[in-house]
Design a protein around this ligand. Structure first.
Ligand code: HEC
Ligand code: HEC
Length: 349
């Protein structure tokens, strides 16, 4: 399959304000995704030459721009220095970096823990609340609609493959667009159906592929060595990232301006999976699996913004939402993680 690299399309649009209406309790659980191991065989997302014409094409471009330039285009929903693309690499297209084409077709998703169904929109709102340490845009807000249009197009194009003809892609209403593609009435393209595609498909490359349990327990001191050697050159000696003209060119990994204690990336295992496939930048699987676990442990035993679900009791928040590989609430170097956390949605300087 052909891969056509993305071109930058300039376009700007202000988001909308007022976001208190989001029921964040619904977004409470950042569960691990049910993903497998890396396999080496992945479909290719569509290039910009497959952009549909007209209004829907513009929605897609705006969604792409929100995704890669969240700071500038949707600042009212963002409380840190990150952009979506920092963790969903290559504009959300790269396999094994939680690509949007696989994500879109995995919602609505049933969540056992809170016995409810999460839409694609709610999953994005979750990333605004935790990964972006922000205030999620409310239901149906243009930012969410545009982000969903971008993911919908990537999903349709990726499923259909080289036969993809954007002119024959159905254009859903906003309400449907926000649900995600895993629904009985999803309008598959004729090209996909002709090629034998069905509603029963797999999404290889989804999420960050699991690593086996580490041989040795992840170790902060070893992780620190890996960090110094492989990461500090870009992310800074203290995980603070690097700015040019007041914008991060290398995103921060801990401290006040990065993902908070409710984000998926604060789980050491999720960070290890991400790092093994995606870091150091452009060198997938450079680190051994053990090194990925160790450096993930090092990152995620530093203070960051508070878990927004913490309403005063650290113990209760740990009990309800943490556990497994989360280090929140654990004592490291004489201080308990989560007791000196930074604010949520801090005002931007
Ligand atoms: C700090 C890293 C980070 C940032 C920034 C981030 N995300 Fe995520 N995102 C994650 C992680 C981690 C997961 C869950 C992966 C897991 O648990 O395996 C996730 C999951 C998702 C999913 C669901 C993926 C799937 O396959 O089910 C979507 C959609 C998503 N994010 C969209 C966004 C959008 C839109 C933004 C920007 C508003 C954003 N993310 C910003 C880390 C991030
Ligand atoms: C050559 C520079 C470079 C090196 C070296 C590097 N990174 Fe990154 N890292 C980046 C860039 C750039 C991004 C954002 C990617 C994007 O936007 O496409 C990033 C993103 C990340 C993220 C997700 C975003 C965030 O702020 O949390 C994590 C976690 C991360 N890197 C960890 C590491 C670790 C651990 C190492 C060392 C093993 C490392 N990086 C080495 C450049 C680098």
């Amino acid at each position: 399959m052909i891969r056509i690299s993305a071109i930058m399309l300039g376009l700007s649009l202000a988001g909308i304000t007022a976001a208190h209406a989001v029921d964040t309790a619904k977004l409470a659980i950042q569960e691990e995704l049910p993903v497998g191991r890396a396999t080496g065989d992945y479909p290719a997302p569509p290039g910009w030459d497959k952009l549909p014409e007209g209004e829907f094409g513009e929605k897609i471009i705006r969604g792409y721009n929100y995704f890669v330039n969240t700071q500038a285009l949707a600042p009212e929903f963002v409380g840190n220095g990150l952009n979506c693309v920092n963790c969903h690499m290559d504009g959300g297209k790269k396999e094994n970096a939680a690509p949007l084409w696989a994500a879109y077709m995995s919602y609505p998703a049933y969540r056992k823990k809170n016995n409810r169904i999460n839409s694609y929109e709610e999953r994005i709102q979750g990333c605004f609340l935790y990964s972006m340490n922000g205030t999620p845009p409310e239901h149906m807000s243009p930012v969410l609609v545009d982000l969903s249009a971008y993911a919908y197009w990537l999903a349709q194009g990726t499923l259909t493959g080289e036969q993809f003809n954007p002119a024959e892609m159905a254009i859903p209403g906003d309400e449907d667009l926000l649900k995600g593609g895993k629904r009985d009435d999803f309008p598959f393209t004729q090209g996909y159906l002709n090629a034998g595609g069905s509603a029963d498909f797999k999404t290889p490359g989804r999420g960050y592929p699991k690593l086996p349990e580490p041989e040795q327990a992840p170790d902060i001191a070893r992780g620190k060595q890996v960090y110094k050697q492989e990461c500090a050159v870009c992310h800074g000696a203290n995980g603070e990232g690097q700015k040019v003209n007041n914008r991060y060119v290398f995103p921060p990994l801990w401290g006040p301006d990065t993902y908070n204690w409710g984000a998926g990336m604060q789980r050491v295992n999720t960070a290890a999976y991400f790092i093994h496939q995606n870091m150091p930048l452009g060198q997938p699987e450079k680190l051994t699996e053990q090194q990925a676990w160790d450096v993930a442990m090092f990152l995620d035993t530093h203070e960051r913004p508070q878990d927004p679900r913490n309403h005063g009791s650290l113990e209760e928040t740990v009990e309800k939402f943490h556990g497994g590989y989360s280090q929140y609430g654990k004592e490291v170097n004489g201080s308990v993680l989560g007791t000196a956390s930074y604010p949520n949605h801090p005002n931007k300087p």
